[in-house]
Design a protein around this ligand. Structure first.
Ligand SMILES: Nc1ncnc2c1ncn2[C@@H]1O[C@H](COP(=O)(O)OP(=O)(O)O)[C@@H](O)[C@H]1O
Ligand SMILES: [Mg+2]
Length: 495
């Protein structure tokens, strides 16, 4: 019988000259797999920490002609990428300042069907650099190495930058304190040096499972994020009235219902923060509200976090519901607009219900919206308020080109006629919604928006909401269309 694995590893790790490649090949893999029991620790780089004699010249002292990684391993090693099991091989990086230790590990794993050493490094600093370049699954890391980073410090840096890479620490130090430090730095495992091949392979296999799982989770997350990023640049539609009770919530709830489709998913945001009742109109409850999301909106809002905070209606409409009344004041305009902007990267339509008071959050919604639906009534006080609001609009960054004026609860036989309203407000009326207390009250009390109730499908108010939807879509198309100047430049370029 030939040498045992540990004998082979010890022999190479010790201050013996490296065997020629042919001889090394003869030691693996069958002899390696028969290893039993740990031999006494061979002198290694780690031993230097305790003042033991230096077994090998430090890599910094190596002549410039020292073999490169490719020379160390590639000429003699075929490198199939796929293991017989169909899954890819475990990609390993070996970080150790002793050339013989590196080579012994490479040789020990050379014919292992699951493992592939993709690189070696001689210092902690080089190990970090190579880890981040090659992105191995598992790193076998020495502890004591020359340079600014020892194995534990290098482990900490790598785990911070690429947490899915698993690290097995190899050391002669059988010291609990070392072990603790290594684990705290993020090492997955800890093996005495020189390791037995079976122990090493077992540790690599275990570590690689963790790494593969973490990589799969990370890839899935990246894919999901990518898919979301690739989504449309969503449009924010703010429904506002300077008059409370004009019908904003009724309109917002029903607009969301008719604008939602599998191709154009809608999220509705209850921006009437104090006493918002969109959720009541949809008979929806949620564990989370806009308050929970706002409290995280100072950082980049992660997709998963946003998704978790949304309530989902059976119609497909998603909703960010209003917080408890006492929490409303804690949501600031920056958080509110960050939420709206984030949602607009996830949904083609973000519909925002607002309160009639010009609060910071209502102003934020008006400021970042693509289209404002301004809801008026036929009575003189409401028209007067709307006039005041429109006069103020430029200062509020409300562009008339983005605004659609709607007269709600319209009755042609009572109140100020629509033509007169348009004249006073110097604004075209985009839609009038008929007065229909029966339909609105029934739907509010049942918790089903009337546009979602098939029994009410023939009601003129349902048709009016559809008309408003078409007017919004048309306005969005108009706003997206290139200006004459842009069209001219484009045609010149094409010519
Ligand atoms: N077109 C309409 N015809 C009759 N009543 C309506 C109409 N639209 C809304 N309402 C009623 O007006 C009240 C206030 O509506 P709401 O949507 O809560 O207004 P806001 O959100 O602007 O305060 C509700 O009771 C609602 O049923
Ligand atoms: Mg309301």
């Amino acid at each position: 019988m030939g040498r045992s694995a540990e004998e082979a590893v010890s022999e190479i790790a010790a201050s013996q000259p490296a065997p020629p490649k042919e001889a090394a090949a003869a030691t693996a893999p069958s002899e390696m797999s028969q290893a039993t029991g740990h031999p006494a620790a061979a002198p290694s780089s780690d031993a230097r920490a305790g003042g033991a004699s230096v077994a090998q010249p430090a890599p910094t002292a190596a002549p410039p002609s020292a073999p490169t990684y490719a020379q160390e391993i590639l000429p003699t090693r075929p490198a199939p990428q796929i293991s017989p099991h169909g899954s890819r091989k475990i990609r390993l990086l070996v970080v150790d300042d002793i050339p013989q230790t590196r080579q012994s590990i490479i040789r020990a794993l050379r014919f292992h069907e699951k493992c592939e050493v993709i690189g070696t490094a001689k210092t902690g600093d080089e190990g970090v650099k190579m880890a981040l370049e090659l992105l191995p699954d598992v790193i076998i890391m020495d502890v004591n190495m020359p340079g600014s980073l020892d194995g534990i410090a290098a482990t900490a840096v790598i785990k911070q930058k690429a947490p899915w890479i698993e690290i097995i620490i190899l050391t002669v130090q059988d010291d609990v304190d070392y072990m603790r430090k290594a684990m705290m730095a993020g090492a997955r495992d800890f093996l005495a040096k020189p390791p037995m091949i079976d122990d090493l392979v077992l540790a690599i296999t275990r570590a690689s499972q963790h790494s593969m799982e973490a990589q799969a989770a990370r890839e899935a997350l990246e894919k999901k994020k990518e898919a979301q990023r690739a989504l449309v640049q969503g449009k924010i539609i703010t429904v506002y009235s300077p008059r409370g009770g004009a019908g904003c919530t009724t309109l917002a709830a029903n607009l969301a219902a008719v604008m939602h489709s599998p191709e154009t998913p809608v999220v509705i945001v209850d921006g009437s923060l104090q006493f918002g009742d969109i959720a009541v109109l949809y008979n929806l409850q949620s564990q989370f509200t806009i308050f929970d999301l706002a409290m995280q909106a100072n950082d980049e809002l992660e997709l998963e976090v946003v998704e978790q905070m949304l309530a989902r209606h059976s119609s497909g409409v998603h909703m960010l519901i209003a917080p408890r009344p006492e929490q409303a004041e804690q949501i600031n305009s920056l958080q509110f607009s960050a939420i709206l902007r984030r949602l607009s990267t996830m949904y083609p339509y973000v519909i925002v219900d607002t309160t009639h008071r010009l609060t910071d959050t209502t102003l934020a919604a008006l400021d970042c919206s693509d289209v404002d639906v301004l809801v008026g009534l036929q009575d003189i006080p409401t028209i007067a308020r709307m006039r005041k609001f429109l006069d103020l609009a430029p200062a509020l960054n409300v562009d008339p080109a983005r605004s659609l004026l709607v007269i709600n609860a319209y009755d042609s036989k009572a109140g100020v006629p629509d033509a007169k309203i348009a004249q006073v407000l110097k604004t075209k009326i985009a839609a009038t919604l008929p007065r229909d207390l029966g339909t609105t009250i029934i739907s509010i009390n049942r918790g089903v928006p009337f546009t979602l109730n098939p029994e009410l499908a023939t009601k003129p108010i349902v048709a009016a909401i559809q008309e408003l939807k078409s007017a919004i879509e048309q306005r969005l198309r108009d706003l997206d269309a290139p200006s004459e100047e842009e069209a001219e430049t484009a045609s010149k370029k094409a010519a």
